[in-house]
Design a protein around this ligand. Structure first.
Ligand SMILES: [Ca+2]
Ligand SMILES: [Ca+2]
Length: 383
């Protein structure tokens, strides 16, 4: 009954098994029992101690998806302090959030387990009962949320929060000085809405090779959402210095549609654009896929595009701008078919896909296909 409830994504058996003293045999029995009645995944959360004691591998038959928790932000610490370097007793150590997360991902990937990173979402409560932690600022939360996905290509993003968040007290003077309730509405909710907007595209997988980062400190990936026809470019500055990156898109886009998440326009120069990153900043963009058939990218699929395709008919090393819409380099009937499918498309209208939405009557389409036939015949005669 619980098993069939759609909001139940899976089952969670152990939080930090080493730290809490769970016996391996007990965890295996729990896993086997769940699996005897359910196909849903079993989750287990590991801490740094679990990773150093090799628990992701030792317990590999007792979970399906591994999670990792490391809470770096302590009261009194400045922005991003322990992201790179943790201080113990005033001494800078090699232990830090970034290396710990990377180690956990490596440990899980070595036994072929997906990894979900658990982000710090709590600070100290009013009674001082919680550990001396502070709430992340918006930039810190965004960096930590996207880090595993963009630098290690973990299979998704999970935003997490703790019930104790609601009792987290305001701490004036800290980088985020307000209480947990304000943090929920001001920091966590906007980020979760943003992540939700990308979730379908991210879960569908990266479009490999779609973007050149332009700077070794920048890690960016492109995803595509079938429902909205939008690409999402998620980019992270994985360093503590400001970076200006000239990035290049290797997929056809409408330059006028490149925008930040807030809708503000990003100017393009050909297929390139410039982004200025603050330290650790995440910048997310969206842009509209160029409709198949629109070779000259003017937002219309019409005779001008058909002419271009005709001029390059049967070319074997063509680009999008020369009529290869399928991406294999050849201009063939498949490309002509795509052009015909979208004949009459106009950017900004609801004419994407579906015969019923076409702006032109069907006889025009038949004429077009007839023209293609003539093109084919013409080439054959010339050989
Ligand atoms: Ca066009
Ligand atoms: Ca082609």
């Amino acid at each position: 009954m619980l098993e069939e409830y759609p909001a139940v994504a899976g089952y969670y058996t152990a939080d930090e098994p080493t730290y809490r003293g769970f016996a391996p045999g007990y965890l295996q029995m729990a896993y086997d029992t769940i699996k005897s009645v359910s196909d849903k995944p079993v989750y287990m959360a590991f801490c740094s101690q679990d990773v150093s004691e090799n628990n992701p591998a030792l317990l590999q038959n007792a979970y399906d998806i591994g999670m990792f928790d490391y809470y770096p932000l302590d009261l009194g610490e400045s922005l991003f302090t322990d992201i790179e370097d943790e201080y113990f007793g005033g001494v800078r150590t090699a232990v830090n959030w970034k290396s710990s997360v990377s180690n956990a991902i490596a440990a899980l990937h070595s036994v072929n387990k997906p990894m979900i990173n658990i982000i710090q979402a709590f600070g100290q409560d009013a009674a001082g009962a919680m550990p001396p932690k502070r709430l992340p600022t918006s930039n810190e939360l965004r960096y930590m949320t996207y880090y595993a996905l963009l630098t290690h290509n973990t299979p998704g993003i999970a935003l997490w929060s703790m019930r104790k968040l609601k009792t987290t007290a305001a701490h004036p003077g800290e980088p985020y000085p307000y209480d947990g309730n304000q943090w929920i509405s001001e920091v966590a909710t906007p980020l979760s809405e943003e992540v939700n907007a990308y979730s379908d595209a991210v879960m569908a997988g990266e479009i490999a090779g779609a973007v050149d980062d332009g700077n070794f400190r920048i890690k960016s990936r492109v995803y595509f959402d079938d429902d909205t026809d939008l690409y999402y470019l998620l980019a992270i500055n994985d360093s503590d210095v400001a970076v200006q990156a000239t990035m290049n898109l290797n997929i056809p886009v409408y330059p006028s549609t490149l925008a930040r998440y807030d809708g503000s326009a990003v100017p393009m120069n050909g297929d390139s654009f410039v982004l200025n990153f603050a330290p650790y900043e995440v910048i997310n963009l969206s842009f509209l896929r160029v409709q198949c058939g629109d070779a000259n990218r003017d937002g219309l699929v019409n005779l001008g595009d058909l002419q271009i395709l005709g001029d390059n008919w049967q070319s074997t090393n063509a680009s999008w701008g020369e009529g290869d819409f399928t991406g294999e380099g050849a201009v063939t009937l498949a490309d002509l078919q795509l052009l015909a499918d979208n004949w009459g498309y106009q950017i900004g209208t609801e004419s994407i896909g579906g015969v019923a939405d076409w702006a032109v009557p069907e006889p025009t389409l038949f004429t077009l296909i007839g023209f293609g036939g003539l093109l084919l015949a013409g080439r054959h005669r010339n050989k």
